[in-house]
Design a protein around this ligand. Structure first.
Ligand SMILES: [Mg+2]
Length: 352
């Protein structure tokens, strides 16, 4: 696998201790460029930013805890830095927002290696640069039990382009971008579960790399979300972090509707299919409830189909119609013969 960061704690950790909190902040700040709307960035008591004319502010926050959301034995610091910001960017994108500014707080075990922090920041700032996000502040402190990463993101958008979970209507189509289940299968591989064929032709390093990368370095679908928001053709949207069943469930609940998802229409990658080909049936529970896809799920009227396909084609993002919004509540997944599929779990819930 990738770099093993048991190196987080090592004798060279003294470099971080010597640097101290203010030294670390200065080191982080030195890698940050100024960005759009930033009047005062890192270094004062608070950051000062200006919204673009007519736009509203979108704010979201996320925590990543070692042992809960990531393990250092799987997650190299560079991709952990990227993912820490990517999941927040994905939330702003899911509202149709333009991601702009981020705050980053780190609770770091005192014996940590400075290289780990440097690599984490290199990944975080690379993700920020890819999406025009500027780091404008945060906090650092010492942790007694593992690494904790907290990211607050702010974005902006014109009020009429902001897309909520609450707008889905009966008979709307349900759509998703990309493919589903890759990250969940990647997690099985990282955990060492037998989720792939024992046939060596199906276990190429490149293919495993694809699945792990979907887990460790997700791509927030910002350009697709912004194109959809601008086109004004969709009624509700969410990003898929806990599995399509659970996340579409949030749309359904907040819109006062239900949904029927057709299993055969769920978009699966060729890699997912080849790694599960030895199983007696497609492991749909990974696709429906595995989570961490960070794709978009949205709803739209049937009359908007052509516009949506066109719009996504221009972004170079695959899009698939997977079901229909129903008047009656509850979200079901149906097989080809119309019978209900019962998934093992409804997504990753932190409190179960
Ligand atoms: Mg979300």
């Amino acid at each position: 696998m990738h770099r093993n960061d048991s190196t987080l704690t090592s004798p060279s950790a003294t470099a971080l201790a010597t640097l101290g909190e203010f030294g670390l902040i200065a080191r982080i700040a030195s890698g940050v460029c100024s960005g759009e709307g930033v009047v005062t960035g890192i270094g004062d008591d608070a950051a000062v930013t200006t919204l673009s004319p007519g736009m509203q502010l979108l704010t979201s926050t996320d925590m990543l805890l070692e042992g809960v959301h990531f393990r250092r034995s799987w997650h190299d610091p560079y991709r952990l830095g990227r993912k820490s910001l990517a999941v927040s960017i994905s939330d702003v994108a899911a509202m149709g927002g333009i991601p702009r500014w981020a705050l980053l707080s780190l609770a770091i075990p005192p014996d940590s290696n400075l290289d780990f922090v440097d690599e984490f920041m290199r990944g975080f700032l690379a993700m920020a640069a890819e999406h025009g996000v500027t780091l404008i502040g945060g906090d650092t402190c010492s942790s007694r039990s593992g690494l904790t990463v907290s990211v607050t993101i702010m974005g902006e958008q014109l009020p009429e382009r902001i897309i909520r979970r609450s707008g889905a209507l009966p008979d709307n189509d349900i759509w998703v971008t990309g493919t589903l289940g890759d990250a969940a299968l990647g997690l099985r591989l990282a955990e060492g579960h037998p989720g792939r064929s024992s046939d060596p032709r199906n276990s190429g390093v490149e293919e495993v790399g694809f699945l792990l990368n979907r887990l460790l370095d997700p791509t927030p679908r910002v350009s697709a979300a912004l194109a959809l928001a601008e086109a004004g053709v969709i009624t509700a949207m969410i990003d898929i972090s806990d599995g399509i069943l659970a996340d579409f469930g949030h749309i359904a609940e907040q819109s006062g509707v239900g949904g029927r998802i057709t299993l055969a229409d769920l978009p699966l990658s060729a890699t997912f299919l080849s790694h599960t080909a030895h199983l007696s049936a497609v492991p749909y529970q990974l696709v429906l409830s595995g989570g961490e896809d960070y794709e978009l799920c949205f709803t739209a009227q049937a009359s908007s189909r052509e516009k949506i396909v066109d719009c996504m084609k221009k972004c170079g993002i695959a899009v698939t119609r997977i079901g229909i919004v129903t008047r009656s509540p509850g979200v079901t997944a149906v097989t080809c013969d119309g019978s209900h599929y019962t998934a093992q779990t409804e997504g990753f819930n932190h409190f179960t």
